[in-house]
Design a protein around this ligand. Structure first.
Ligand SMILES: *Cc1c(COP(=O)(O)O)cnc(C)c1O
Length: 409
């Protein structure tokens, strides 16, 4: 019989979102009329910007005409989209990124997992705790970890706790870590990184020959002008960082699928024979072998994000979610809860009241207010005692959820 990748058996069985779904189902089976409001999973709710829809409609027309029909596109993405990304997202902010260093893809989730294809299995991996579960689980699947212990921590990973005590930014480790996952603005805590803080990581990475895997999926939510949107705004980052970006959260592309990864040509890794090898070439080879590009129609939709109308419409979309976050922050604070995040991010990270565990708080919120959130402990052991509320919902649902919480807590 064919054998399996046994690393998959190390994955923790009770994954967060299935367990949430199970508890919600149990509750609704007993209370079929309960008007549940979900502020849990990080998916957008508002429609695609008109500029994107118009561009995609035109692109469909292109596909219907022999003269403009497109077959396979470049595996790296069309030049016009890569140029628009480089100019608007990087060069306009003083970050030195060339269009040829941008790889368009169908998701930052897949890219942040697939990137492990080009790295060895002997690297020491650093993650924050709590963390976006994809970084951890993809390392487990790749065989880069040992087994999980009782609190769900995998052997071989370096966990860097983040909590109110360190303003939700990890302390730079004293030991050497080869690959470091950083996510700013942060999912799940909503925390942000200053230039000074990222500079510490870049300096650390340059000294140790480490690579920072920087997830900037939420950069569009940054409102504070002093904060960097890209790691490449930090001097030296071209020699130590890969950045993941996505159209999912800024332009509502979660169901449309378009993202990109930046691999600078100056970024090197060590080969077994001791030589330095450019990661750009490896990622290009990986993508050309395993990926055939994003649909022409979707890339035209993504390009429209950078048009004048697209910029105005995505800005309004983000403003809308940030207003939701502000309402959540205000109402929960008034209800006596301590909240973090939600200013430069669509997530509000709530401290559960004294002694209440994340899952007990989940159950209380579900039973008393019929509101579903995400238990902080689901993102890692150090998330215990916290709870994530997402601002991705309609204004009516956010207002109603906050009204119920205000009345019941
Ligand atoms: C939503 C999200 C992404 C985006 O993933 P896509 O696959 O592009 O939709 C990436 N990273 C984090 C931390 C996210 O929350």
């Amino acid at each position: 019989m064919a054998t399996i990748n046994d690393n998959y058996r190390k994955l923790k069985a009770g994954y967060l979102f299935p367990e949430i779904a199970r508890r919600v189902r149990t509750f609704t089976d007993a209370n079929p009329d309960a008007p549940i409001i979900k502020l849990g999973i990080g998916d957008v709710t508002e429609p695609l910007p008109e500029a994107c829809r118009t561009a995609m409609t035109q692109a469909i027309a292109d596909m219907g005409d022999r003269a403009t029909f497109k077959g396979y596109g470049p595996e790296q993405g069309y030049g016009w989209l890569r140029e628009a990304i480089a100019a608007h997202d990087f060069q306009s902010r003083g970050a030195d990124v060339d269009a040829s260093e941008i790889f368009v893809s169908d998701g930052a989730k897949c890219d942040s997992g697939n990137i492990l294809d080009i790295f060895g299995h002997d690297n020491i991996i650093g993650v924050t705790d709590p963390v976006y579960p994809v970084y951890v689980d993809t390392n487990v699947m790749a065989g880069n970890t040992g087994d999980a212990n009782n609190s769900g921590e995998y052997g071989g990973l370096v966990y860097m706790p983040i909590s109110a005590a360190n303003n939700f930014v990890a302390q730079i480790p004293s030991q050497k870590v080869d690959l470091i996952y950083l996510c700013f603005p942060n999912n799940p805590t909503g925390a942000v990184a200053t230039k000074e803080y990222l500079k510490q990581w870049v300096d650390y990475a340059l000294v140790h020959g480490s690579i920072i895997l920087f997830d900037a999926a939420y950069e569009a939510f940054i409102t504070d002008e002093s904060l960097p949107h890209s790691i490449y705004e930090i001097e030296g980052a071209r020699n130590c960082a890969i950045e993941f970006r996505s159209f999912s959260k800024n332009a509502g592309f979660t169901g449309t699928r378009c993202a990109f990864t930046v691999v600078p040509k100056s970024l090197m890794g060590k080969a077994a024979d001791g030589s330095d090898v450019a990661l750009h070439g490896l990622w290009n080879r990986r993508q050309c072998t395993k990926f055939n590009g994003v649909s022409y129609i979707v890339q035209r939709g993504a390009e429209a994000v950078y048009s004048e109308a697209g910029q105005a419409q995505t800005k309004a979309l983000i403003q809308f979610y940030l207003e939701n976050a502000a309402i959540v922050r205000e109402k929960l604070t008034a209800a006596g809860l301590t909240v973090y995040g939600g200013v430069n991010a669509p997530y509000v990270w709530v401290k559960t009241p004294d002694g209440v565990t994340s899952w007990d708080f989940f159950d209380q919120l579900l039973q008393k207010a019929n509101v579903v959130g995400t238990p902080g402990s689901g993102f890692g052991a150090a998330g215990e005692g916290y709870f994530r509320i997402s601002a991705f919902n309609s204004r009516a649902n956010v207002n109603e959820a906050m009204r119920r919480i205000s009345e019941n807590f």
